[in-house]
Design a protein around this ligand. Structure first.
Ligand code: NAD
Length: 439
C-alpha cells in the first residue's frame, strides 16, 4: 500500500520545453536519442528515469516499481526542444558534424532535428577562445543581451505551447574564473550586467535570464555559473531548483566507482595518473589552458573528498594526482581515458591497476541530460528550490550548501537520489540496516 505523499507534486501535464545553450555533440545526441526512442529505433540505455526501479518497503515486500511509475515525470513525447549556438547549423547538421550517431539513424530523424534552428548566442571570445561563429547577439550591454535571452525564452514558450521549461547548459567549457565582487549580491550582479563587467561570463547571463524567467537551470560544464551568491539567492528567492556541475560521464565516473572501493577495503594509494585523448570540438576547446583549468579543477576535486586524506594520512596523504587532456582529432567523440593507479596493501606492498576506458563521451552524457531535465522538472513541480543536492549523482563537482563538503561517492549519491524520491512519496527511507529480518 502506498504511503501518504510527503510532498505535494503538481501533475506533469502538457509540454515540457528543453532549452539548451550549445547545440553540439552532447545536446544533439540527447535530442536525436529522444526522437529515436520515441520511434522505437533504440533504447534509453543509461537513463535512470527510463529504466531504473526503486525498491519500496522491506526486501520481502516485493515492491520495486520503475522510477517513472513511482513519481510523476514528463514522458518523452511531451518534450520539445530549442537552443542557442554561435553556429547557424540546425540540430541535424550539428549532429552530422559531431559524428556521434550513424548517418543512417540520423537520416531517419532528419525532420525533427532540422526543425531545431539555434537562436543567436550570447558569446564572449575571452571565455571560449578556440572557436568563433556568426550566430551571436551583438547589440547593447550584457543586460540588454540578458533581456534578449528572456525574450527568446518567452517566444519559445509561446511558439511551442510548452507549459514548463528547463534550461541545461551543454555549451563549451568556459575559461576558469574565480567568483569576484560583482557576483556577491544580485544588486551588484545586475549593475555589472548594465556596466558590461568583464567578470560576468556568457553562461552566467543565460542562467540569470533563465532564473528571472522562472526556469530551472542545470550546468553540464565545469565553468562557474550558478555557483555564485548572486544567482544562488535569485534561485532561492524565486523558488527555482538548480544543479551542477560538469556531467560525470567517462573517467571521473570510473574514478568514483573505484576510489570508494579502495577506501572501503582500507587500501592505500600513492598515485593516480589520468590522461585522455579526444578529438571532438570539446577536446579542441579544452586545448586552451583557461578552459582546461576549469575542467582540471572539477576532475581533481573528486579524490580528496572521497578518500579523506586528513582522516587517513597513512593511506592517502601522499597521493599524487594528475589529470591530462589532449586534443587528438583522429578519435573524434570516441575518447580514450587511461588511468594508472599505484595502490598499496598489507605492510605497504605496492600494486598497480590500469584502466583503459575506450568510451563515447556523448553516448554517456545524453542519458544524463534526459534524467536531469525530467528530475529538475519534478523538483520544480514539487516546490523544491535552490541547490538540488540529490542530483549530485550526475555531476563531477556537485553543488552543495556552503559549509558542507560535496558527496562524490556514486553509491551514496544514488542512495540519496532514491531516498529523496521515497521521501517525496512518503515511503520509508531505506537505511540497509536490516536487523528486522533476523529478530
Ligand atoms: N560529453 C561528455 O561526456 C561531457 C562530460 C562532462 C561535461 N561535458 C561538457 O559538456 C559541454 C558540451 O560538450 P560537447 O561535447 O557537446 O561540446 P561541443 O563542442 O560539441 O558543443 C558545445 C557547443 O556549444 C557552443 N557554444 C559555445 N559557447 C556558447 C555560448 N556562449 N552560447 C551558445 N552556444 C555556445 C559551441 O559552438 C558548440 O557547438 C562541454 O562544456 C563539455 O565539457 C561533456
Amino acid at each position: 500500500m502506498a504511503a501518504k505523499d510527503n510532498v505535494k507534486i503538481a501533475p506533469a501535464s502538457g509540454k515540457l520545453g528543453v532549452l539548451i545553450p550549445g547545440i553540439g555533440a552532447v545536446s544533439t545526441t540527447f535530442i536525436a536519442g529522444v526522437e529515436a526512442i520515441k520511434r522505437g529505433l533504440g533504447l534509453p540505455v543509461g537513463s535512470l528515469t527510463q529504466l531504473a526501479t526503486i525498491r519500496l518497503g522491506k526486501r520481502t515486500d516485493g515492491r520495486s516499481p520503475k522510477i517513472k511509475d513511482f513519481v510523476p515525470l514528463a514522458g518523452l513525447d511531451q518534450l520539445v526542444f530549442g537552443g542557442w549556438d554561435i553556429y547557424e547549423d540546425t540540430a541535424y547538421e550539428a549532429a552530422v558534424n559531431a559524428k556521434v550517431l550513424e548517418p543512417a539513424l540520423l537520416s531517419q530523424l532528419k525532420e525533427p532535428l532540422a526543425a531545431i534552428k539555434p537562436m543567436k548566442a550570447v558569446f564572449d571570445h575571452e571565455y571560449v577562445r578556440r572557436i568563433n561563429g556568426p550566430n551571436v547577439k551583438t547589440k547593447g550591454s550584457k543586460m540588454d543581451k540578458a533581456m534578449e535571452l528572456m525574450d527568446d525564452i518567452a517566444q519559445f514558450k509561446k511558439s511551442t505551447g510548452a507549459d514548463r521549461l528547463i534550461m541545461i547548459w551543454c555549451g563549451s567549457t568556459e575559461v576558469f574564473h574565480k567568483p569576484g565582487a560583482v557576483h556577491e549580491t544580485l544588486e551588484k550582479f545586475e549593475e555589472g550586467l548594465r556596466q558590461d563587467d568583464p567578470e560576468i561570463a556568457p553562461s552566467q547571463i543565460y542562467a540569470y535570464a533563465a532564473l528571472k524567467s522562472g526556469v530551472p537551470y542545470a550546468n553540464g560544464a565545469p565553468n562557474l555559473t550558478t555557483d555564485l551568491p548572486a544567482l544562488l539567492d535569485l534561485a532561492r528567492d524565486r523558488n527555482i531548483p538548480i544543479c551542477g556541475k560538469d556531467f560525470k560521464t567517462g573517467q571521473t565516473f570510473m574514478k568514483t566507482l573505484l576510489a570508494p572501493g579502495f577506501k572501503a577495503r582500507m587500501l592505500g594509494i600513492n598515485g593516480w595518473f589520468s590522461t585522455n585523448i579526444l578529438g571532438n570540438r570539446d577536446g579542441e576547446v579544452l586545448e586552451d589552458p583557461g578552459s582546461f583549468k576549469s575542467k582540471e579543477e572539477t576532475k581533481l576535486s573528486v579524490l580528496d573528498t572521497i578518500l579523506q586524506p586528513k582522516l587517513y594520512p597513512d593511506l592517502y596523504e601522499n597521493l599524487y594526482h594528475v589529470v591530462r587532456i589532449n586534443y587528438y582529432p583522429p578519435r573524434g567523440d570516441q575518447k580514450e581515458g587511461w588511468d594508472n593507479i599505484d595502490i598499496f596493501g598489507w605492510l605497504g606492498y605496492p600494486m598497480q591497476i590500469k584502466v583503459d576506458f575506450l568510451c563515447r563521451d556523448s553516448i554517456l552524457a545524453a542519458p544524463l541530460v534526459l534524467d536531469l531535465v525530467l528530475f529538475l522538472d519534478l523538483a520544480q513541480r514539487s516546490g523544491m528550490r535552490g541547490i538540488q543536492e540529490w542530483l549530485s549523482f550526475y555531476f563531477k563537482a556537485p553543488m552543495h550548501a556552503p559549509g558542507l563538503y560535496p558527496e562524490h561517492d556514486i553509491f551514496i549519491q544514488l542512495m540519496k537520489l532514491k531516498n529523496t524520491l521515497r521521501h517525496m512519496r512518503g515511503e520509508d527511507l531505506i537505511t540497509h540496516l536490516g536487523l528486522e529480518y533476523y529478530d
